[in-house]
Design a protein around this ligand. Structure first.
Ligand SMILES: Nc1ncnc2c1ncn2[C@@H]1O[C@H](COP(=O)(O)OP(=O)(O)OP(=O)(O)O)[C@@H](O)[C@H]1O
Ligand SMILES: [Mg+2]
Length: 221
């Protein structure tokens, strides 16, 4: 997955002239990179990640994903990319607390049309990959924060994404768990997945391949 943004802008509606969150960002992320996006609170990091993940659209500029202008994609093309190529990981995990770890990982597989023992086998393999073998039956509330984020990563991997977009994936974790999640993302990156991670933690950002720093909706040189 290659990402090219040219003069990307986002103005949220509201007030007289709207609220400019992104004010013209141009950058490229090549396939296989691990990029950390940093910058002060409110500078536009989540706004940018949502656009990269096709969850939101820019109000100006061009976002092109694998050479395709996202603005020219149909809704079905956008959702196919979201479901099949992009894995999301969020600060607040976004797991379903009534379901077991295994069933949380099964959800995207169900959406993709898998079922039965094959699906459960794949989900348990993913949980093993993130170090949660033996905890398949636990619900998120019975797991630590770091373990919850591992479940969320396993879920993000269910559809074999080419890119992982992570918005403050360690924001709710202590430093030991943060380091473990970072190592996991680095491992996935070394297996060929492009990773874009928003973080406040400059120590973690320093372990990414490259940093993009944003301030007031612009890239800092
Ligand atoms: N849905 C929205 N409607 C209006 N304004 C918004 C919306 N979402 C974000 N904003 C504004 O856009 C700016 C950028 O927000 P964004 O969430 O991208 O920042 P951020 O860098 O992710 O901050 P944080 O580090 O606190 O998560 C902020 O000033 C915010 O108030
Ligand atoms: Mg944010």
């Amino acid at each position: 997955m290659s990402i090219v943004c040219t003069d990307l802008a986002k103005v949220y509606e509201g007030g007289k002239s709207g609220w400019p969150a992104l004010r013209g960002l141009s950058f490229e992320i090549r396939r296989g990179e691990f990029v950390a996006v940093t910058g002060p609170s409110g500078c536009g990091k989540s706004t940018l990640l949502n656009i990269l993940g096709l969850l939101d659209e820019p109000t100006g500029g061009v976002y092109s994903l694998n050479g395709r202008d996202a603005g020219a994609m149909s809704d079905s093309e956008r959702s196919a990319l979201r479901l099949g190529e992009i894995g999301f990981v969020f600060q607040a995990f976004h797991l379903l607390n009534r379901l077991s770890a295994l069933d949380n990982v099964c959800l995207p597989l169900l959406y993709a049309g898998e079922y039965g023992a094959g699906m459960r086998h794949r989900a348990s393999e993913l949980l093993r990959k993130v170090g949660l073998h033996g905890k398949e039956r636990k619900t998120p509330l019975e797991l630590s924060g770091g373990e919850r984020q591992r479940v969320a990563i396993a879920r993000a991997l269910a559809n074999s994404p080419k890119i992982i977009l992570a918005d403050e994936p360690t924001g709710n974790l202590d430093s030991v768990s943060s380091g473990e999640i970072m190592e996991m993302l680095r491992q996935l990156n070394s297996e060929g997945i492009t990773v874009v991670m928003v973080t406040h933690d400059l120590g973690l950002a320093g372990r990414a391949g490259r940093n993009i720093r944003i301030r007031d909706g612009r890239i800092e040189p």
